[in-house]
Unconditional design. Structure first.
Length: 514
């Protein structure tokens, strides 16, 4: 048997014992597997001939260099010579018999260096996991991920892609703005078929890759590609590439697979979060459109109701006018004729008042809410109607049973609603009466009660069925007040058994609803 000799790797300090004949390469089926991506599968052969040690290039891709010069075929070597296989450089050492292990000698200093590298990578992995777990936006997640990854791999391009149902890739994030997807179709097909992770030492040296557009356009030489696997399903990949050959080792690939294992659930969660946000935004838009349509429908219904109220208000005076005119057309006493004329004039004035109110109502602006003191607005409106109420014997008394009197509303529009409501009460008052106006608490609402309220009375919205048989529910001023109060976010309730719009309850929210 030939005598063994030693070769020392300059980069790592590792020392290997080589016993000729020995085939050096990468992967299975060789005598010395160096796990170096720039080394071909069967790169070189070391053998003895005529008492000398020779090294032979086995038609490797990156060649064999002895003392810096590329050899053709075979070349003799001796202790002190330098041999370069791909990017790995070795020096031939003199043998120290009796102190070698069977396969590999690693000096204590290089072992410490490797431990230091492993510790640094674990620290980096922890830091990155904490940082990325706080992100839920895919773009932010990808940007931060590849930015951190440059500390370890120094990549030129990075890409996270998810598979669509048809097997094509959709970019979640790419740190390269060019439109060409940097991952070759051959890699994607192999990854999808077998779930393999890949390391490419030189893409231009791979027959299946060197003609691909992405490889040529992006000048890809070295690459790492690992699948994203979550819940036993391959749903995407992470890819790194660099424009120099032999940039990555098998150790780099193994660590990259660990990183992918951490990233897989983070990417999937980010994707689901983005999908939920998109659906939420779409739902919000749909709700806004629906709300807009409902508002338009409500507005249309309000105008229909208003038209009915106007018709009701005009019909009553016209009936009076018609009856009075018919009576005036017959011979009658002078006093009767005078009373008829007065009745006609009163109805005309009523119509003019109604039309004036309608004209003012349709020109009112949208509510501009701010905090208003509700008892001040009530007192001002009571004073404005005092003269006409006194003529009918109506005596209002304002009382506040709460100290919480500030309400978010449009003071001018609410004052307008009160004015219409007070006018309605004054027009339909049958006899002199005391009219209590009380402000009180009702949970999250302030309640204004106009008139006397007794236990057992039933109050309802004017649109409810229990009030539809009441002709006074169609009174124009009442409906205008109802609409103005509803526009403020309030409610107006009427007593179902009453003969007029009194008593009435108004409820207003203390807090503005958004």
């Amino acid at each position: 048997m030939s005598e063994p000799f030693l070769i020392r790797e300059e980069k790592t300090g590792r020392v290997f014992r080589v016993t000729p004949p020995c085939v050096i390469g990468r992967g299975e089926g060789v005598d010395l597997d160096l796990h170096e991506p720039t080394i071909s599968h069967r790169h070189a052969r070391v053998f003895e001939e005529e008492g000398r040690v020779w090294v032979e290039d086995l038609k490797s891709r990156n060649g064999v260099y002895v003392n810096g010069k590329r050899i053709e075929g075979k070349c003799p070597v001796a202790p002190g010579d330098s041999i370069r296989l791909g990017e790995a450089v070795f020096s031939i050492c003199r043998e120290g018999k009796g102190d070698l292990s069977d396969t590999l000698i690693v000096g204590s200093s290089s072992q410490a260096a490797e431990n230091e590298i492993d510790h640094k990578r674990l620290q980096w992995l922890y830091k990155m996991t904490v940082a990325l777990s706080e992100q839920q936006e895919p773009a932010v997640l990808g940007a931060r991920f590849f930015s951190n990854l440059k500390e370890i791999y120094g990549q030129d391009q990075g890409y996270i892609g998810l598979f669509r149902e048809d097997g094509s890739l959709e970019a979640v994030f790419s740190d390269d703005s060019r439109p060409i997807v940097p991952v070759s179709k051959s890699i994607v097909n192999r990854l999808m078929r077998n779930g393999e992770s890949f390391i490419l030492a030189d893409a231009l040296g791979e027959e299946a890759l060197k003609a691909e557009e992405s490889v040529l356009a992006l000048k890809i030489r070295s690459a790492l590609c690992v699948p994203l696997i979550y819940r036993r399903q391959i749903y995407g990949l992470i890819y790194l590439s660099k424009s120099v050959p032999g940039a990555y080792s098998h150790e780099d690939l193994e660590f990259f697979k660990t990183i992918a294992g951490v990233m897989a659930p983070l990417v999937e969660n980010a994707r689901l979060w983005a999908e939920i946000k998109s659906r939420h935004a779409s739902t919000v838009e749909t709700l806004k459109e629906t709300q807009s349509r409902l508002i338009e429908m409500e507005r249309a219904a309000a105008y229909v109701w208003l038209a009915q109220a106007i018709a009701h208000e005009i019909r009553n005076p016209l009936m009076v006018i018609g009856g009075m005119v018919r009576r005036m057309a017959q011979p009658a006493a002078g006093d009767a004729q005078k009373a008829g004329i007065q009745a006609v004039m009163a109805s005309v004035e009523r119509i003019e008042s109604v039309l004036k109110e309608v004209d003012t109502f349709v020109k009112l602006p949208s509510p501009d809410k701010k905090l208003e003191k509700i008892d001040v607005i009530l007192q001002e409106q009571i004073e404005l109607h005092e003269k006409e109420w006194s003529a009918k014997g109506i005596h209002p008394v304002l009382k506040a049973d709460t100290s919480h009197l500030m309400v978010p509303l449009d003071g001018d529009l609410f004052a307008r609603a009160l004015s219409l409501l007070f006018k309605e009460i004054g027009l339909n008052a049958a006899c002199p009466m005391d009219l209590p106006v009380t402000v009180r608490d009702r949970g999250n609402e302030i309640e204004i009660v106009i008139g006397r309220v007794e236990e057992g009375q039933h109050f309802a919205d004017p649109s409810e069925a229990s009030l539809q048989s009441k002709p006074w529910v169609l009174d124009l001023f009442l409906n205008m007040a109802y609409k103005l109060i509803a526009d403020q976010g309030g409610r107006m309730l009427l007593e179902a058994r009453s003969l007029s719009a009194c008593p009435v309850i108004i409820r207003l929210q203390r807090i503005e609803k958004h």
